[in-house]
Ligand binder design. Structure first.
Ligand code: ASP
Length: 275
């Protein structure tokens, strides 16, 4: 299949899994809503689509793809995103569908501390209980297909206790998601408000292309820029030759990520250094 279909399929599985901060399991806004952001980009055409602040699309990544495939636009937000999805027959759900107790509790804790929380900042580092693992946050997927086409996609509920109406980096092409067949496909997670200022996803592409850095170095440098502005998070990227670049701001507090290659056993990397 195509890289675009692969990243869409991967994101849908993660959106449907309540452990992740995307689709079912999304974090709450300060006013107790779930507002979902998602984007997708096709490196072969450089077409892209995104939805922001969607409240009723079961799989926001399908909303993003709809924006790309069926409209003149790149980003559609709020009621407009929900309306577009409904009119095009996507599965729509009530806000209740997105509810999970642990995300709701995280909102109460964030309110007590008057803090904006990354989804990964809450749970215990060492717990073996999947639900208590801290790293199950925003989801991203990147792919290179047999035709040499790159694609990237990202989906999130954003940050716990974010202002209602706040839009993060995940639906912003160039900040949270980017794909270009001439360079790399990238998906980001972390302090979105800072990723936007760094234009982090595009930065990986620019470093790769113009500074001829390898994709691992490019990802590390983009993440370092996020860190320098006080942000935290990570980046997954893959270049046009299939080399990957994974980087994050904290040594111990890494990201779950995995790699699947034709003819090879899939690998999952656990954040505490386990493989
Ligand atoms: N980047 C997301 C946002 O700021 C949050 C995350 O990746 O955890 O909305």
């Amino acid at each position: 299949g195509s890289a675009m279909d692969a990243v869409t399929a991967a994101i849908m599985v993660l959106e449907d899994d309540p452990n992740f901060n995307a689709g079912k399991g999304a974090v709450f806004t300060a006013d107790g809503f779930n507002e979902l952001d998602a984007s997708i980009m096709d490196g072969s055409t450089k077409k892209a689509g995104a939805v922001a602040m969607a409240r009723h699309i079961k799989n926001p990544i399908l909303g993003a793809r709809l924006v790309m495939d069926k409209t003149w636009h790149t980003l559609v937000a709020g009621e407009g995103a929900d309306k577009l999805a409904k009119e095009n027959g996507l599965e729509m759900v009530d806000q209740k569908y997105f509810f999970t107790q642990f995300r709701y509790d995280a909102l109460q804790k964030a309110k007590e501390k008057q803090k904006l929380l990354l989804d990964s900042e809450k749970a215990k580092k060492t717990s073996l209980n999947l639900h208590e693992r801290p790293y199950l946050g925003t989801v991203g997927a990147i792919a290179l297909d047999k035709n040499g086409n790159l694609a990237a996609a990202t989906s999130t509920g954003g940050m716990t206790n974010k202002m209602t109406g706040r839009i993060g980096d995940s639906p912003i092409i160039g900040s949270g998601t980017y794909a270009d067949n001439d360079s790399v496909a990238v998906s980001c997670t972390g302090t979105g408000d800072i990723y936007m200022r760094v234009n982090a996803a595009h930065e990986v592409s620019a470093l790769y292309k113009y500074k001829t850095q390898d994709v691992q170095k490019a990802a590390e440098e983009a993440v370092a820029q996020v860190k320098a502005l006080g942000g935290s998070g990570g980046i997954i990227s893959i270049d046009k030759h299939g080399h990957t670049g994974f980087a994050w701001t904290k040594d111990k507090l890494g990201m779950y990520h995995g790699e699947a290659r034709l003819g090879a056993k899939p690998i999952v990397y656990w954040p505490l250094g386990e493989k």
